[in-house]
Design a protein around this ligand. Structure first.
Ligand code: ATR
Length: 279
């Protein structure tokens, strides 16, 4: 339902046509019978400043940001929450009633909420592959969650070292070539690279050294069962796919725009899988 008083939010990206966020938020709007809508907003990076200036004048409640805007948006914000400041990226913006533009990062929260039920008490060591924006949010989340040690491995080692320096003591870097051995004693393995995504090559890694109790998770959710997750599942590991992170990061955003903390209902996952097929 949408009336003249309807609350409008959306997702800004370039491209944005692959985004599942419209299917996700509109599912909740419909479920909770909220007078509102969530729309895709394809915005070129060079047009972002102009768009950010105009959106508050249109009465928009806020928006999500996806590639390549998560960092580009920062100069145009009036306020950033702690997570966004530390991670250096913003995925959710609230336009407050007084017109101020407030940036948040809910990626770390989404990642942790997605794995939390499965890592109970197993927080000694995590291995994170990748050193892009997603890896940074994930390391931040893992530190907050109390992981003892985080091993970071990235093809371009300098990027991992830069990131580790930003985090201080608990993140240690190993070279990409040692990834098979790095899994020894790990409680959690996270693929935060784009490897395994449709049209990209799979992540090459041997899970032989990974302890049997470990959890394996992937930020890639196209396909849902990445070659890594398939391999891990076949070997009997508990696997957590990336769609859960997407659903969880959306919860605080929906709450600030539409005023209800939405639930991750069992019907949501099949709904998103169906929407993914529609693209
Ligand atoms: P995001 O910000 O979403 O994490 P990104 O910055 O493009 O995206 O990061 C992609 C990650 O996948 C990086 O860690 C990248 O490694 P590099 O820093 O060396 O580029 C990793 N990646 C992409 N293609 C890869 C490949 N063929 N082999 C190994 N790592 C790869």
């Amino acid at each position: 339902m949408l009336s003249g008083k309807g609350k409008v939010a959306g997702v800004i990206g370039w491209p944005v046509s692959h985004s599942l966020s419209p299917a996700l938020h509109n599912f909740w709007l419909n479920y909770y019978n909220i007078d509102g809508v969530y729309i895709p907003m394809p915005v070129k990076p060079e047009e972002l400043p102009e768009v950010i200036k105009v959106l508050p004048k249109l009465g928009i409640r806020g928006f999500n940001l996806t590639l390549p805007h998560k960092e580009l948006v920062i100069p145009y914000l009036d306020f950033m929450d702690e997570d966004a400041k530390f991670i250096g990226a913003v995925n959710t913006v609230l336009i407050a009633n007084d017109g101020t533009i407030q940036g948040m990062n809910t990626d770390a929260y989404g990642f942790i909420r997605n794995i939390q039920p499965h890592i109970d008490g197993k927080k000694n060591k995590a291995v994170v592959l990748g050193a892009g924006g997603a890896a940074k949010a994930i390391c931040y989340g893992l530190i907050k969650e109390g992981f003892g040690e985080i091993l970071l491995l990235n093809r371009t080692q300098e990027k991992a070292e830069e990131m580790a320096a930003h985090f201080g003591g608990r993140v240690h870097v190993k070279s990409w070539d040692t990834r098979n051995r790095a899994l020894d004693w790990a409680d959690l393995l996270v693929n935060a690279t784009s490897l395994g995504m449709e049209s990209k090559e799979p992540l090459e890694i041997s899970l032989d050294m990974l302890p049997k109790h470990a959890v394996v998770t992937d930020i890639v959710y196209t396909p849902l069962q990445t070659p890594l997750l398939k391999d891990a599942k076949g070997r009997g590991y508990l696997v957590v796919d990336g769609l859960g992170m997407l659903m969880h990061q959306a919860v605080p955003a929906f709450r600030v725009w539409y005023g209800i903390k939405p639930e991750i209902l069992p019907e949501l996952r099949p709904h998103l899988i169906k929407a993914q097929g529609v693209k």
